[in-house]
Write a protein that binds this ligand. Structure first.
Ligand code: PLP
Length: 373
C-alpha cells in the first residue's frame, strides 16, 4: 500500500527552523548553560521521535518530560541522556522512574521518602531534583516554609543522588517583574542550603522556560528548559519571535456555488447573503482544528485569505472562496502557515480560538501525518 501523507490533510514541520530556534535559545542563555528541551506531550504535538533526532545533534544536556510514560518512550527510542520528569509523579510509578533512570522533580518530604523506598526496592541509586514552589502553586516545596523542610530534604540518603534545584515561572511571557520576584524567593532557598549538603559536582539550578530565557537570561544558572519557542510559538508581546515551525494544510475536496439563502453546516449558523462559492476542506475538529474557529477562522487558498463559514465539523470545514480563481478539488488550503504573501500564524489561530499556541499544537491529532522538511 502506498500512502501519500499529503493527500488529505497534514502537519508540515520545518526541522531547520526548529534547530535555528534552539540556536537562539542557546545564544540568549549563553554558551555555558545546558539546554533541557521540553519534549512533553509528544514534543508539543510535533512527534517526539523526530524532534529528538532533529535536536540531538545540537547537544542538549537532556530532555524534559511531564510523565513517566513519556520518559519510557524516550528510553525506548534509545535516548541515554538525562531525562527530567518535570511534573509530580504518582507514588506507584516511582519504581519505574528508578528502573528507567528518569530524574524526578520532588515536591514534598513524603514524595522524597517514597522515592527512597522505590530506589531501595529496585536496588538502583535514583537521581532527583528539588522542586521549589515560588508562586506557581501547583508543585514544589513551599519557599515560605523553607526552614521546615530544607535540612531533611537535603540530608544525604544512601540510595538517592540529589542533582538539582528548580522552580517554574508563572508569568514570564507577560511580566518581567514577576520573574525577579520568583527568583528572589528561590535565592532565599539557595541561601538556606548547607554547603556541606551540596553534591560534589555542584547543584544544577534551573528556572527559565522559553519566555524567561529571553526576558531574564541573567537567571539561566546551570540549565534552561525551553519548550514553546522551539516549536514556533510566541513568548509574549515585545519579545523575539521564533521562526514558524509548524504549518497545517488540507485539501479542498468539494466546491459548490451557493445561492443567496443557502444554509451551511450544523445549526445552519451561516447562510449565503449573495451568490457565493464554498470550498469544503478535508479537516475538522477531529484533526484538532478548534471548533471555536467556526465562522471566525481563516485559511489561505491560492495565496488568498478566505474566511471559515459555518460551523467546523469533525471531519470537514467550509471556507468562502468567492472571487478566488481556480479553486478545485485537490487545491491546498493552509490553516496555519504561509502561501505567497499570505500568512496565518499559530498565535493568530490561537487568539481567534480563545486559547494559546500550546493548546493548538498539542491538540493536533494523529489523523494528521507529520511531514518533516
Ligand atoms: C512545559 C514546561 C517548560 C517549558 O515552557 P515553555 O513555556 O513551553 O517554554 C519549562 N518548565 C516546566 C516545568 C514545564 O512544565
Amino acid at each position: 500500500m502506498s500512502t501519500n501523507p499529503t493527500r488529505r490533510a497534514w502537519v508540515q514541520i520545518d526541522g531547520g527552523a526548529l534547530r535555528r530556534n534552539y540556536g537562539r535559545i542557546v545564544e540568549s542563555a549563553g554558551p555555558e548553560v545546558r539546554i533541557l528541551p521540553m519534549v512533553k506531550a509528544d514534543a508539543y504535538g510535533l512527534g517526539v521521535a523526530d524532534v529528538v533526532s532533529c535536536l540531538a545533534p545540537l547537544g542538549p544536556w537532556g530532555w524534559g518530560v511531564a510523565t513517566v510514560p513519556e520518559g519510557a518512550r524516550l528510553r525506548d527510542l534509545a535516548v541515554e541522556r538525562p531525562i527530567v520528569v518535570c511534573s509530580p509523579v504518582p507514588p506507584d510509578e516511582l519504581e519505574e522512574v528508578v528502573r528507567l533512570e528518569l530524574q524526578p522533580t520532588i515536591s514534598s518530604l513524603e514524595a522524597l521518602e517514597a522515592l527512597e523506598r522505590a530506589a531501595s526496592t529496585v536496588g538502583v541509586r535514583a537521581t532527583w531534583h528539588l522542586d521549589v514552589d515560588t508562586g506557581m502553586g501547583r508543585s514544589g516545596f513551599d519557599f515560605g516554609s523553607v526552614d521546615a523542610w530544607i535540612d531533611a530534604a537535603t540530608a544525604p540518603r544512601e540510595v538517592l543522588r540529589w542533582a538539582g534545584l528548580c522552580t517554574h515561572l508563572h508569568s514570564a511571557d507577560e511580566d518581567a517583574q514577576s520573574i525577579h520576584a520568583q527568583w528572589e524567593r528561590l535565592a532565599g532557598v539557595l541561601d538556606r542550603i548547607d554547603p556541606g549538603a551540596v553534591p560534589a559536582d555542584g547543584l544544577l539550578v534551573h528556572v527559565l522556560n522559553s519566555a524567561g530565557a529571553f526576558r531574564a537570561p541573567e537567571y539561566a544558572c546551570s540549565v534552561v528548559r525551553p519548550g514553546i519557542f522551539l516549536y514556533g510559538g510566541g513568548i509574549g508581546s515585545g519579545q523575539p519571535e521564533p521562526e514558524p515551525v509548524v504549518s497545517v494544510h488540507a485539501r479542498v475536496v468539494h466546491v459548490r456555488d451557493a445561492e443567496p439563502g443557502a444554509t451551511l453546516g450544523y445549526g445552519s449558523t451561516y447562510s449565503a447573503s449573495r451568490p457565493e462559492r464554498w470550498a469544503t476542506l478535508s479537516i475538522g475538529y477531529g484533526d484538532g482544528l478548534p471548533r471555536a474557529l467556526s465562522n471566525r477562522g481563516a485559511a489561505l487558498v491560492n495565496g488568498r485569505r478566505v474566511p471559515v463559514v459555518g460551523r467546523i465539523s469533525m471531519d470537514v470545514t467550509v471556507v468562502d472562496v468567492s472571487g478566488v480563481e481556480d479553486v478545485a478539488a485537490g487545491s491546498v488550503a493552509t490553516l496555519i502557515g504561509s502561501q505567497d504573501d499570505g500568512r496565518i500564524t499559530l498565535d493568530d489561530v490561537a487568539g481567534r480560538a480563545g486559547t494559546i499556541g500550546y493548546e493548538i499544537l498539542t491538540g493536533l491529532t494523529d489523523r494528521l501525518p507529520r511531514v518533516w522538511t
